[in-house]
Write a new protein. Structure first.
Length: 135
């Protein structure tokens, strides 16, 4: 199981550098070649970022479409508590990490590896690193 961070979806939605690898990683989940999840926090983040550029309706549609096929890890008090207790500087990333732990993920796919403090056996990879590991 992999957890894909919000910034990987934003590669697609904003057509940023790395878009091809991010799209391939997402497609592996959609094609059911890899089990994938997202934190429940990811969807409102995507909506919020896109609503600044598009209408609310388009932002909702984009957020729904891009995360289609992913298991949504519900936010609960345990994830939030562990994120507050985390030594990670970024609270949102701590939520992502604890969502991955709850879902027993093997990998977190992200663009900001440096912000994560790996825990347990979870590996933190960019989309490019993840794709290379699969070959």
């Amino acid at each position: 199981m992999i957890l894909i961070d919000a910034n990987v979806f934003m590669d697609l939605l904003e057509e940023r550098d790395g878009l091809e690898a991010s799209a391939q990683a997402i497609e592996l989940v959609r094609e059911k070649k890899v089990r994938g999840c997202v934190s429940a926090l990811t969807i409102p983040i995507l909506w919020f970022l896109n609503e600044k550029r598009f209408s609310e309706e388009i932002a909702k549609k984009m957020s729904r479409t891009v995360t289609k096929g992913f298991l949504v890890v519900p936010l609960d008090s345990n994830i939030i508590s562990k994120a507050f207790e985390s030594k990670m500087a970024d609270f949102e990333d701590a939520i992502q990490l604890n969502s991955a732990i709850k879902s027993k993920c093997e990998f977190i796919i992200t663009r900001n590896k440096r912000d994560f403090i790996p825990e347990g056996s979870i590996k933190i990879l960019t989309p490019e690193e993840f794709l290379a590991k699969r070959k």
